[in-house]
Design a protein around this ligand. Sequence first.
Ligand SMILES: [Cu+2]
Length: 179
Amino acid sequence: MYRALVVGFGILLGLNSLGHAGEPKEHIVKIVSDYENLRMYFKPKTILIKPGDTVTWVNVAAEEHNVLVYPDGFPKGAKPFASHYMTKEGEKWSHTFKVKGSYEYHCISHLPMGMHGTVIVARPSAEEEYHIPTITEMQAYTKRLREYFEEDEFKYKPRKKRADAAPADHSRMKHASKH
Ligand SMILES: [Cu+2]
């Protein structure tokens, strides 16, 4: 009897921990088309989730939008994501996040309106933790940009180039400190 009680209690505890910490959640991000103010945006713009959770983007209006992670905007070891173009009111697209870190995404066609957002899985990524895009990935992304923008309108500079500037400054600082 006592043994059965202990086992039963253990099962209860197990179920309890599953029901709280471990159960994946679905989070909704609205894709808002504010025609009056000429603003297209994601609401919320930044969302904090847990590994294993899913984010579902919902197109609020009958406007064409997509959800696409930057080629250098997701953690190393994670997979990039890109939705189809959502055009209908109420149209949805979901992605499940497994790797911890920051995912910086945007809608390509409305990029000039600042239409971008961030999904943070457990904690934000440090600069060196972001995926470094391959030449093929860069070319594929540039090709997508060219569907909407001319070459002189939008030049894509990957994160690696931005990060490269840091060691140069650092070495100069070190050099200066010698004198
Ligand atoms: Cu859009």
